[in-house]
Design a protein around this ligand. Structure first.
Ligand code: G3I
Length: 368
């Protein structure tokens, strides 16, 4: 990522974990705790949170305060992924993830687990190890070890991430991943089975992107089929819809609302797990761009939050100060920083913050 990505040391994060005040306003903003995204969400029975990385929390006090002000939950961007935990075979390093867990607990935030099985961000040794004679052991040990390590400190898990990819043109629309190559589609239910056996009371999610817009209908169908087969076996508790939105794509509210109802009818919860808005196709002018981002987001959130099975909303980065949207090929071609997060780079609220607030205020109350 960019030079904004600060170096992380475990010691500094552990030190800050205990020091962060319990509730503080975002920089320069009123400290009215009820006028925060987490309070607005909580009033509707929804959890609002954001994705973070350990260096941001360790080193950026103003950002930490912004997280505390608006969020009831954090999700590690990368620190719980296999590629982060076990770069070398057999040498596990939980320090960054543990520090985030400790920060969350010291400050009464929930923390979600993301993610156990993902084709991306694997340690370099894993694809070959999976393909070898001990492949099954490596796979199962990874899932068991990570879940046992965090236990019930993590509120729920994205067990499998991004396993459907119709463009790979395989039966069932499964993604052509090292897991699929080695084990076939059974690797998915098997991961959930292991997770259930280690943590029987922790809600387990299947998480994916690319189902938010109509042209992604075949992926929606494949995800629904996967969920249906997992839920028949009692293996899955919910769907994580990443919600990486993009200006310029047409959001068909009616079709998506009916997809959400189909998921809910399986008895599953839904979380919006990585919400943000890519503005690369919006005009450079900031006022116009912010308005387009807010309008696009509002249409999406008004629709999704209308479904009572949707219980959580996680912004994938709270502010434009830290965002993956500035990394090519997702970044704007004119080099301008993206404005797809609720706070700007100075941690000031933007029209997108207001749009999220408005959508939360208008959402029906979830049964407790
Ligand atoms: O924290 C380390 C830092 O200590 C080190 O100096 C630096 C040097 O590269 O790396 C930092 O870690 C980076 C980490 O993000 C935290 O910022 C990793 O290099 C970088 O590879 C990692 O990228 C993450 C990516 O997933 C791969 O894991 C992005 O932040 C994260 O936003 C992105 O998230 C994915 C979701 O998991 C799945 N859906 C798509 C989404 C966006 O790609």
């Amino acid at each position: 990522m960019s030079s904004r990505n600060l170096d992380f040391t475990r010691r500094s994060l552990l030190k800050t974990a205990a020091l962060v005040p319990l509730a503080s306003g975002a920089v320069g903003q009123e400290a009215d705790a009820s006028n925060s995204l987490k309070s607005k969400a909580a009033r509707r029975g929804i959890t609002f949170g954001c994705g973070v990385s350990a260096p941001q929390i360790a080193k950026d006090q103003a950002f930490r305060a912004a997280v505390m002000a608006d969020c009831a939950e954090i999700v590690p961007w990368a620190e719980m992924k296999w590629g982060f935990l076990e770069r070398e075979e057999g040498s596990l390093d939980f320090s960054s993830a543990d520090a985030l867990v400790q920060f969350a607990h010291a400050n009464s935030l929930k923390i979600r687990g993301h993610t156990l099985v993902w084709y991306n961000n694997l340690p370099p040794w894993v694809p070959q190890a999976l393909a070898g004679p001990d492949g099954r052991r490596f796979y199962e040990t990874h899932i068991r070890t990570v879940l046992s390590h965090f236990g019930t400190k993590v509120v729920n898990w994205d067990v499998v991430n991004e396993a459907i990819e119709p463009n790979d043109k395989l039966p069932g629309s499964y993604r052509n991943s090292p897991f699929l190559k080695r084990f076939g589609p059974d690797y998915i239910p098997h991961a959930f089975e292991i997770a259930r056996s280690v943590l029987p009371h922790t809600p387990l999610y299947y998480n994916d992107y690319g189902i938010e817009y109509n042209f992604q209908g075949s992926k929606r169908d494949a995800v629904l089929e996967l969920l249906s087969s997992l839920s028949k076996r009692g293996l899955v508790d919910g769907l994580g819809i990443q919600s990486h939105l993009k200006i310029g794509l047409w959001f068909d509210a009616k079709a998506f609302r009916s997809f959400l109802a189909d998921v809910a009818s399986l008895g599953l919860s839904i979380l919006l797990t990585e919400f943000d808005v890519n503005d690369m196709r919006a005009p450079a002018d900031i006022a116009t761009r912010d308005r387009e981002v807010a309008d696009h987001a509002f249409r999406y959130l008004e629709t999704t939050l209308d479904e009572k099975a949707v219980k959580g909303l996680v912004a994938w980065g709270l502010s434009d100060r830290y965002t993956w949207l500035d990394v090519p090929p997702f970044a704007r071609r004119d080099g301008l920083p993206s404005r797809g997060q609720p706070l700007d780079a100075k941690l000031q609220r933007k029209p997108l913050w207001d749009a999220i607030a408005r959508a939360l205020d208008g959402a029906p109350v979830r049964p407790s």
